[in-house]
Design a protein around this ligand. Structure first.
Ligand SMILES: [Zn+2]
Length: 283
């Protein structure tokens, strides 16, 4: 078996979110020391995406906020892009839109599915085209159902123009549970943040890579079970999902990739002598 597989981090910029949203029930005095908020109580969240190079195939995991004009989105995400967009970052990695063969969404929230489609004619409804013209896209069926049947609480997190054009054009595969996307890339359900949320396991050499998605927004939330965001629709399920994947990560010494952590983009979960879990950064 060759190990012609690698994982690289990409970014669509940095977004600023209310710290209370990011840390939920955890008191501000506890999280503010780890991640100091600005004077509007906002904390930074990297809009991280992942590029998997799998035996010559380029696979993208998650798609940032994108660049469609939308006032709700602009107010909600407060995106800063000193290094440009995801598309600029792909270009720095030598890749154009047509080089991406597969796109996997951990879930369809607006900060993870933005670049799935682009607006080709501003102001014209229905003028959304897949950004990556040769790609097949993957998401859990449950997530697509929830995203297209949002409720009062989830409405502002899903933007239909990001994903309905993909299904209409037959480019979106709806998954029912765990699935091997390639022999080296597997998706696994990690419900909690949303009911249809999934994470991605890559069979990288030495140790597997676990792309968490919003199973844990920040690494500290992966290490501490009760630290769950206010956005999670099934917080008790998040805790059970984390409990299982904590054990798995310890057993496999997995490399973890965070979707939003600005301080620890990648790390390993370790247990100290007292039994406390923490994620230590990896290079
Ligand atoms: Zn997110």
């Amino acid at each position: 078996m060759s190990h012609d597989i690698s994982v690289e981090l990409l970014s669509d910029g940095v977004s600023y979110w209310d710290g209370g949203g990011a840390f939920g029930l955890v008191p501000r005095v506890k999280w503010m020391r780890l991640l100091p908020p600005d004077d509007l109580n906002r904390v930074p969240q990297d809009l991280r995406c992942v590029l998997i190079r799998d035996h010559g195939r380029n696979i993208l995991v998650d798609g940032g906020v994108g660049d469609k004009p939308n006032e709700v989105r602009a107010a909600q995400y407060e995106v800063h892009r000193p290094n440009g967009t995801l598309i600029d970052d792909l270009a720095r990695h030598g890749l154009g839109r047509a080089d991406i063969e597969m796109v996997i969404f951990t879930h369809l929230h607006g900060d993870h599915s933005g670049w799935a489609t682009e607006c080709v004619e501003p102001g014209v409804s229905g003028a959304y085209q897949p950004t990556f013209p040769r790609a097949r896209y993957y998401v859990q069926r449950q997530e697509y159902e929830d995203a297209t049947h949002s409720n009062e609480r989830t409405r502002n997190t899903y933007f239909a123009e990001n994903f309905t054009p993909l299904l209409r054009q037959g480019l979106l595969t709806l998954l029912d549970g765990p699935a091997d996307i390639t022999p080296d890339v597997r998706v696994v359900p990690t419900p909690g943040h949303t009911a249809g949320h999934q994470s991605v396991i890559v069979a990288t050499p030495e140790a597997p890579t676990l792309i968490l998605g919003d199973l844990a927004t920040y690494m500290i939330q992966f290490a501490r079970l009760p630290w769950v965001t206010a956005y999670d629709v099934l917080p008790m399920q998040t805790i059970e999902s984390k409990r299982y994947w904590q054990q798995w990560s310890l057993e496999h010494e997995a490399v973890l990739i965070s979707p939003h952590d600005t301080l620890i983009p990648t790390g390993k979960l370790v247990k100290d002598k007292k039994g406390f879990l923490q994620v230590i950064p990896t290079p």
